[in-house]
Design a protein around this ligand. Structure first.
Ligand SMILES: Cc1cc2nc3c(=O)[nH]c(=O)nc-3n(C[C@H](O)[C@H](O)[C@H](O)COP(=O)(O)OP(=O)(O)OC[C@H]3O[C@@H](n4cnc5c(N)ncnc54)[C@H](O)[C@@H]3O)c2cc1C
Length: 645
């Protein structure tokens, strides 16, 4: 043992529930405490993770392998050529059916929302410009036509959207307003004389900005604009607007009245053509209003089955949450790629002699375990939470569950899971890059693209903080406490872990609610009160989401039949739960829910769990099923024979 390095292998075990299983260990090893190390059946675990959409996920995996040269193209082609290559790939993939699974069968789709989410999530093992272009074309643009339009729009566009023949944009954000969509400055005025809408960019900061497919490939855009009928503002509605037309030589050129500019070089995702759009009195027929939730008669009468404008707006946006669900899932899967590379590297990379004979594997260092394994556990947790979310979305969009409460819960859960999943991606990818040392910095080893391309996941499809604020507003409305629990239960008892998470959530919600009420009671301006309490409110939303994520993991693990897989997932679940409490131990101590002793015991337990997970780590990342070609990194992971210890 190299004592210079801290002697982690000989750390004293100070918890009565756990005996360490340090050092190289074989399968199903039994320790003095009776703990039997489980053996992970990798294909069985992959089947569990892939769930009911294993076939879809495997189709995408094989396509990713077939088109793996795109990872090199991203580094070697010019930006213009890379964009074209990405577009070609998206259209080729459309022909395999994998990008159209969420559309109705009568328009060439697969008629299965859950399958479309599974396909999208899996696609994020590969080049993320391809992923985002798919998201823009089929999720945002196609999704808006499907969800906000009616049969006439479906008939006119969906078949060609599903094949990728008709490319389009989802033009919501403006330079001046991204999060606050209700304040958009683009206006659509109804002209009763010609029965047309006139679309206008009313001021410079009302230009559409960051719009995917706008700079090069989009022919149509779903444009979000303030509807004005007979001089009266009716709020934001969506319109189909041609932005490019074919000239005499068949080339696509900007449509009359439309100005298009390129957003230029971005931090990542440079295979996607993001751009800006200006509209100078562009006229579109009355039929181009996507009229599922509101319509304008030829004579200029505004009609909607939803009277309240605010409710109408949020109902409309609520139908578009699939994109949000997909981005959260994509973030979680991008984290799997990073972890697979970093864990495999740590299973072959050696630094510093430990026993005098050979250098120590990185993953045998306690610090390295502490850095990677809680992130691995959290990735599993988020995976199962994402599963619950996509199943709920599938049920709501297919009408299995239709009540308003379910819809509200779904929207909140989608917002929160997206925030947690994408922040997790950013954090995990960074930690994994560092865990691979200098090698992690070489573009070939994937982290350059992973970091640059996933960074914006925290911003698009809703900025994460703004999304958590949305979650919080629902919580404050529904708040009611009925909290009881046993504070002395065992650390590895899921009921204890869940109770800690619930306590934090309830305490934060009630505290925020009290502070808001106090401010209002003191006649303070409501906006000012909210702003002062905002960090508390967003903290409550985070705590709520953390509880939902842990619940999903606990429930999934509980439902497994007894056996090694259950033991392994229990270890991960404990690690996830306790490392979450450990990370927030100051808060729990401040609020009298964690004694100093118990806090120390949790820290020891987390380290102990890391040591138990360590021999399984290679199998646990293999089970993600990231295709070998997507890992690239030959020098990092080489021809690795899985090492168990
Ligand atoms: C690569 C890329 C692709 C995109 N693709 C599309 C697309 O295809 N179509 C489309 O319509 N849009 C697209 N967008 C736009 C994207 O959805 C917006 O950037 C996003 O919604 C955030 O809006 P914003 O940029 O105006 O940020 P802002 O809303 O200005 O937010 C800036 C910061 O302020 C904070 N903030 C905002 N409001 C509050 C508040 N009330 N309280 C506290 N803090 C607050 C946020 O947390 C954030 O950190 C894309 C963006 C990018 C970068």
């Amino acid at each position: 043992m190299n004592h210079r390095l801290g002697g982690t292998r000989f750390e004293v075990v100070a918890t009565d529930t756990v005996t360490p299983t340090d050092g190289p260990t074989g399968a199903s090893t039994s320790s003095a405490s009776g703990y039997v190390q489980p053996e992970v059946d990798v294909p069985a675990l992959t089947r569990l993770l892939d769930g009911r959409y294993a076939e879809v996920r495997n189709l995408v995996r094989s396509n990713l392998s077939a088109y793996s040269s795109i990872l090199t193209d991203a580094e070697t082609l010019s930006r213009a050529d890379y964009r074209e290559r990405v577009k070609e790939l998206v259209v080729e993939m459309a022909s395999t059916g994998q990008t159209g699974m969420g559309f109705p069968e009568e328009y060439g789709g697969g008629g299965d929302i859950g399958a479309s989410i599974a396909a999208f999530e899996t696609l994020s093992f590969g080049d993320l410009s391809v992923l985002v272009k798919v998201g823009v074309q089929f999720g945002l643009f196609g999704g808006a036509i499907l969800q906000l339009g009616t049969e006439r729009h479906h008939e006119a566009y969906l078949r060609r959207i599903v094949t990728g023949e008709l490319m389009g944009c989802f033009a919501m954000t403006e330079t001046g307003h991204g999060s606050n969509v209700q304040a958009l400055g683009t206006v659509a005025t109804y002209d009763v004389a010609t029965q047309e809408f006139v679309i206008t960019t009313t001021r410079e900061d009302a230009r559409k900005d960051y719009i995917g497919n706008a700079a090069e490939h989009g022919e149509l855009a779903v444009v979000f604009a303030q509807l004005e009928v007979g001089g009266e503002g009716r709020g934001v509605h969506a319109f189909v607007v041609p932005i490019r037309v074919r000239d005499d030589s068949g080339e696509l050129v900007p449509a009359p009245g439309v100005t298009i500019a390129d957003d230029g070089l971005k931090m990542g995702l440079n295979g996607v053509d993001n751009g800006r759009l200006w509209f100078d009195e562009v006229r579109v027929p009355r039929d181009n209003l996507l009229n599922r939730f509101a319509d304008v008669t030829p004579a200029g009468v505004y009609e909607s089955p939803i009277d309240n404008p605010n409710r109408r707006f949020f109902t409309m946006l609520g139908t578009l949450i699939q994109g949000r669900v997909c981005v959260g899932g994509a973030g979680i899967n991008a984290a799997k790629v990073a972890l697979t590379i970093a864990v495999k590297y740590a299973l072959r990379r050696r630094q510093f002699e430990a026993s005098g004979e050979q250098e120590e594997l990185l993953l045998d260092y306690g610090m390295h375990q502490r850095r990677l394994l809680p992130l691995l556990a959290r990735t599993y947790a988020l995976h199962f939470a994402q599963d619950v979310l996509s199943a709920n979305l599938h049920d709501v969009l297919t009408g299995v569950r239709e009540d308003e409460q379910t819809q509200r819960e779904l929207e909140s859960r989608a917002a929160g899971t997206k925030a947690l999943g994408t922040w997790h991606a950013t954090r995990t990818i960074q930690e994994c890059r560092e865990a691979c040392g200098g090698a992690g910095y070489l573009a070939e080893n994937r982290f350059a693209a992973l970091k640059a391309d996933t960074d914006v996941f925290t911003t698009f499809e809703g900025d994460n903080h703004v999304l958590l604020q949305l979650v919080a507003k629902g919580l404050l409305t529904d708040y009611a406490s009925d909290f009881e629990w046993d504070q002395e239960a065992g650390l590895l008892d899921p009921e204890y872990q869940l109770a800690m998470y619930r306590f934090r959530e309830e305490h934060m919600i009630s505290g925020a609610a009290r502070r808001l009420k106090r401010g209002i009671d003191n006649d303070m301006d409501p906006g000012e009160v909210f702003s002062r309490v905002q960090d508390h409110v967003i903290g409550a939303a985070r705590a709520h989401m953390e509880r939902l994520v842990l619940e999903a993991f606990v429930e999934r693990t509980r439902a497994l039949p007894d056996g090694d897989l259950k033991v392994a997932l229990n270890l991960l679940c404990d690690l996830h739960a306790l490392s979450g409490i450990e990370a927030d131990s100051a808060w729990f101590m401040e609020h009298g829910r964690l004694s100093v002793q118990r806090s120390k015991a949790i820290r020891r337990e987390v380290s102990s769990l890391c040591r138990k997970v360590r021999p399984l780590a290679g199998d646990l990342v293999d089970a993600f099923g990231v295709p070998e070609e997507m890992l690239r990194s030959p020098e990092l992971i080489g021809d690795l024979v899985p090492m168990r210890g």
